[in-house]
Design a protein around this ligand. Structure first.
Ligand code: BG6
Length: 493
């Protein structure tokens, strides 16, 4: 099936931090892919900006290398790469002093009505200085948008300070806070499943759902990001943003429309309804872990401390949480969240387990009856699985079997899904904020996370060790088993 491409309006995208890791691995390949699919209009320009002195040619060479490494090029793409590179230009500037800003302003003035988009692929310490200079150089006016990405603070106070600094230059309606999980195909499919089918929504509540599990498991370790990761940990790196956003999309009330503020209003209500976790209950409701050496992906993997190159650290590389939502729809339904580095396999899924039937009409010889499950697989092999009971086919009396109705999107549609960044960057140009976090959402997420981090900080216990290549500390299994449940294993249904 051919993907439908709708071209966007001409834009000038300025990437601050253009020579950094995010630009290299994600942004340049994403822009190239959209260009390759004909979505980028001929007038669009991409302007790299960073402190490193570089000519336009050197920046194009840098981008060519980034594409060779990260864009899955075919031979047929060679000419397309060269025409893409023609769009690129470069300005050397310093975010913290005046050098280079007049040159950027002069370049932007030649944009002939292109929509200005400023992507801050820099550390958060530069968000304020860059926004201030964009404003003082008249670059934040009219239709200009700014894109920022986590870490948006390390706690509620620092997030508010960052949001304030950005708001000095850009109104909220032109601020795009990326959470790349919201750009993943299956995450949007979650909204399609819930709101484009009549069969799920009537059951989508505590009367019919027993529990929800959200797992985001990675096999990777620190990937050269030790400096950042050791100050963040899994809670700030994954839970405060990606996992809570997924939880919101599952738990929110149906919004009246998919307009940005309709969706974001509903997500905000969920973030504000999360049951508080504090020092009083943190040990029952959370587990922190840190990986030790082990075997991951068939090869021996070092411990976190070895990866970090430090003799000690209390940073968590694994988190499991039993979260609750205090509202009528979800009262009493646990939302089990877990995420970690160097786990057994790379897998992200959302598992919604319905309640068991109230009464069985079958004899014991029919076998046990499992609860229905809806499994939404984010990666790898994106798809949806609905696990149901059926009769074992053929003669032999009434014997029941638990089977998955399994749909892999790749097999069913044969379309390669765009990377989340491709979709999100195009949404910025379109001016659609639905898949971006509003300021109050980010701050509400911190309001829930901060007391957990404080409770951990005040605890004498260190994160529990787990061997690389496993599913995290055994305490995470114990936490869910105390409730008479288990973590869903993809081999089950
Ligand atoms: C990022 C985190 O936001 O998400 C990384 O900072 C993590 O630590 C990554 O590896 C996971 O993203 P994905 O799309 O590979 O699941």
């Amino acid at each position: 099936m051919a993907a439908r491409i709708i071209a966007v309006a001409p834009f000038d995208l300025v990437v601050f931090g253009a020579t950094g890791d995010l630009a290299q691995r994600k942004l340049i390949p994403a822009l190239f892919n959209r260009d390759r699919h004909g979505q980028v209009p001929p007038e669009a320009r991409i302007i790299g900006a960073s402190r490193r002195a570089m000519t336009e040619k050197q920046f194009r060479d840098f981008a060519r290398t980034a594409l060779a490494q990260h864009a899955k090029l075919t031979d047929a793409d060679k000419a397309l790469v060269e025409s893409f590179l023609e769009r690129l230009t470069y300005v050397t500037l310093d975010a913290e002093d005046e050098s280079g800003w007049d040159a950027l302003a002069a370049l932007m003035a030649t944009g002939k009505g292109n929509i200005p988009v400023y992507y801050l692929a820099t550390g958060p310490d530069l968000f304020g200085p860059i926004c201030a200079r964009l404003k003082s150089h008249g670059l934040a006016e009219n239709d200009a948008r700014v894109v920022i990405e986590k870490p948006i603070g390390k706690d509620g106070d620092s997030a508010r300070a960052l949001n304030d600094a950005v708001a000095m230059a850009f109104p909220e309606s032109r601020v795009y806070r990326i959470d790349h999980y919201l750009g993943k195909e299956t995450v949007q499919n979650l909204m399609a499943l819930r709101f484009a089918n009549s069969m799920f929504e009537p059951l989508w509540n505590a009367a019919h759902i027993d529990n929800v599990q959200i797992t985001v498991a990675e096999t990777l370790g620190l990937q050269g990001r030790a400096g950042y990761y050791d100050t963040a940990g899994a809670m700030r790196d994954m839970v405060q943003n990606h996992l809570l956003q997924l939880l919101c999309l599952i738990a929110m009330e149906p919004p009246p429309t998919l307009h940005a503020d309709s969706v974001r209003d509903e997500k905000l209500k969920i973030l504000k309804s999360l049951d508080p976790i504090t020092v009083a209950n943190v040990n029952q409701l959370t587990v922190r872990g840190q990986y030790r050496a082990g075997v991951s992906g068939g090869a021996s993997a070092p411990s976190y401390l070895e990866d970090l190159g430090a003799p000690e650290s209390r940073t968590e590389t694994f988190v499991a949480i039993k979260a609750g939502i205090g509202n009528w729809r979800w009262a009493g339904v646990p939302f089990y969240l877990r995420t970690g580095k160097r786990l057994a396999t790379r897998l992200s899924d959302i598992v919604i387990t319905f309640r068991v039937i109230p009464h069985s009409v079958f004899d014991a010889s029919a076998g046990g009856i499992e609860p229905n499950r809806l499994v939404i697989r984010l990666q790898p092999d994106e798809g949806v699985k609905l696990c149901i009971m059926i009769k074992d086919p053929g003669p032999g009396g009434m014997r029941l079997q638990y089977i998955p109705l399994d749909m892999s999107f790749a097999d069913s549609f044969g379309v390669e899904n765009p990377d989340a960044y491709e979709r999100l960057i195009m949404d910025v140009v379109r001016g659609n904020q639905t898949l971006f976090m509003r300021r109050d959402e980010v701050e509400a997420a911190w309001n829930w996370v901060d007391p957990i981090l404080d409770a951990w900080k005040g605890s004498l216990d260190a994160p529990k060790p787990y061997a690389a290549g496993t599913w995290g500390p055994s305490a995470s299994v114990a936490m869910i088993e105390r409730d008479g449940r288990t973590w869903y294993d993809d081999g089950e249904g």
